[in-house]
Design a protein around this ligand. Structure first.
Ligand code: DC
Length: 220
């Protein structure tokens, strides 16, 4: 199948909107591959934090992104040989990821890597700019969102379940500043792609959200 004919569903939205869970479930249902693009920014952040890279040095950070030795395997994420699925979910890593994601050279360094995930029979791509920048020709585009309170509750539960400590007020503040950074940056800001279906999941179960996306895809 020509590469450009491989179907792509893009699911973009703010942090902790539930798009990761929905993207996983939709990909499982269709037997599609999954691109968790946020994980690539988090992996770059984790790698840079560990190396002590200067967070103001755009060129050095882009080099870190370019040389990531990342492998996704059955829900596990490896950096080199180390499983880092939990480590990249730490708040410090997420905040750093949001900061370095504003740097054009870092985004450029991760561009080709993301395109490579488009393989038969199809791809579900989860992120901020999947429908606007990486896969603008996608068959089905979704912008998934939820109120900041609903998202803070979800993130709180996620962190506690993973054994991290969490504080609701700090989380709300963090989410708001991350939203501001992700939506106001000059390069690839978080905005719904043209033609995207908008899905507010504040009052929705995961099953309902998944059914909506599958319905849109079926009719796309
Ligand atoms: O989805 P996430 O919380 O794992 O993403 C972590 C950070 O990475 C997020 O704050 C913004 C950035 N990001 C991005 O700029 N573009 C993407 N496609 C995905 C994530």
């Amino acid at each position: 199948m020509p590469h450009s004919n491989i179907p792509v569903i893009t699911i973009d939205g703010p942090t902790a909107s539930g798009k990761g869970t929905v993207a996983h479930r939709v990909a499982d249902h269709l037997g599609f591959h999954l691109l968790d693009s946020g994980a690539l920014y988090r992996l770059t952040a984790l790698s840079a934090l560990r190396r002590g890279t200067d967070m103001k040095d755009e060129h050095a950070l882009a080099k870190v992104a370019e040389h990531l030795t990342v492998r996704f395997n059955g829900g596990h994420i490896y950096l080199g040989t180390e499983e880092v699925g939990n480590a990249i979910r730490a708040e410090e890593v997420g905040n750093t990821a949001s900061k370095i994601a504003a740097l054009p050279a870092v985004r450029q360094a991760l561009f080709g890597l993301q395109l490579g995930f488009r393989e038969t029979p199809g791809l579900v791509a989860d992120g901020r700019d999947m429908g606007t920048v990486i896969f603008p020709g996608a068959k089905c585009k979704v912008f998934l969102t939820a109120s900041v309170e609903a998202r803070a509750q979800r993130r709180y539960k996620q962190l506690i379940d993973k054994g991290f400590s969490a504080n609701m007020d700090d989380l709300l503040e963090d989410l708001q500043s991350r939203d501001a950074r992700d939506t106001q940056r000059a390069v690839a800001p978080l905005v719904p792609a043209e033609g995207a279906h908008i899905l507010d999941t504040s009052e929705m179960t995961v099953d309902e959200a998944v059914a909506k996306v599958l319905g849109w895809y079926a009719h796309s």
